[in-house]
Design a protein around this ligand. Structure first.
Ligand SMILES: [Mn+2]
Length: 266
């Protein structure tokens, strides 16, 4: 069986309970983590070690928290007060784990489903997603990765257009795929609002735009824990707020059912 799993955010205890609940088998099952496997929770190191040690059966896309960890570990930026990944920064296997994260993709295409952390801007089709992700992934694997990471931490550009510099295109790709919630129909981003029911004026949740390119393809994503009962075709939000006392969920991609575990972190 294949499963997509929402934002773990260091909730190792709940993750273990969820894997028990789905009767996860290393010899026959595969897990696809939707990013933000670390930070905010108590056991980021254990979660990342588990995924790394089972890397033949477990895959993940990068989320904004995973990316933030890389930036804090490899540039002059310091963790902020809410960050809880100091266990990774102090670990004896830190280099191995960070190298593993640097090699992760921003998007995974699996059997006509796309797995991504935050979403896909309305103006992009599958090829735009994969091609632009590849450019970011190439930089993450390059020898100049520290310099690259130090330039990627910014909200701009908010809109995509062909005249952007390569650096701007890389930043837009990272922000769209890892951080987006609301946007305009042309893909103009916004990072302040989080509540589904209170969109900023003239912005809408990225998956509700009528002319969205990827309407006919399933998209599994995390990042937006306040999404409740979304009834949009082909849209599968799987961050069910484990870190906030909600649930950690696994979607069985073979049987099309969601299995959830109540958070054990509080
Ligand atoms: Mn996120």
């Amino acid at each position: 069986m294949d499963y997509a799993i929402g934002d773990v955010q260091g909730c190792f205890k709940t993750l273990q309970a969820l894997l028990k609940k789905i009767q996860f088998r290393l010899d026959s099952d595969r897990l696809f983590f939707l990013g933000d496997v670390v930070n905010r929770g108590r056991n980021s190191l254990e979660v990342l070690r588990l995924i790394y040690s089972n890397r033949d059966n477990m895959q993940m896309v990068l989320g904004n928290h995973d990316f933030h960890l890389l930036v804090c570990a490899m540039t002059e930026r310091s963790p902020n007060k809410k960050d809880t990944f100091q266990d990774i920064l102090a670990a004896s296997d830190k280099a191995t784990l960070l190298d593993y994260l640097l090699e992760r993709p921003l998007a995974i295409e699996n059997d006509n489903a796309l797995l991504v952390h935050a979403g896909v801007p309305p103006q992009w089709g599958i090829n735009d997603v994969l091609e632009n992700s590849k450019l970011v992934e190439k930089n993450l694997k390059s020898i100049d990765v520290q310099n690259f990471l130090s330039k990627m931490y910014s909200n701009s550009p908010f809109t995509w257009h062909d005249q952007l510099t390569n650096e701007e295109k890389l930043r837009y790709t990272i922000n769209a795929l890892m951080r987006m919630r609301f946007c305009k129909s042309n893909g103009e981003l916004e990072f302040t609002h989080k509540n589904f029911d209170q969109p900023p004026p003239n912005y809408f949740p990225w998956f509700t735009h009528k002319k969205r390119q990827m309407k006919n393809q399933k998209i599994f994503f995390g990042h937006w824990s306040t999404l409740q009962d979304v009834k949009t075709d082909n849209i599968y939000p799987l961050d069910h707020g484990c870190i906030w006392g909600g649930k950690l969920s696994a979607f069985n991609l073979t049987k099309n059912v969601t299995i959830s575990q109540q958070s054990l972190e509080h």
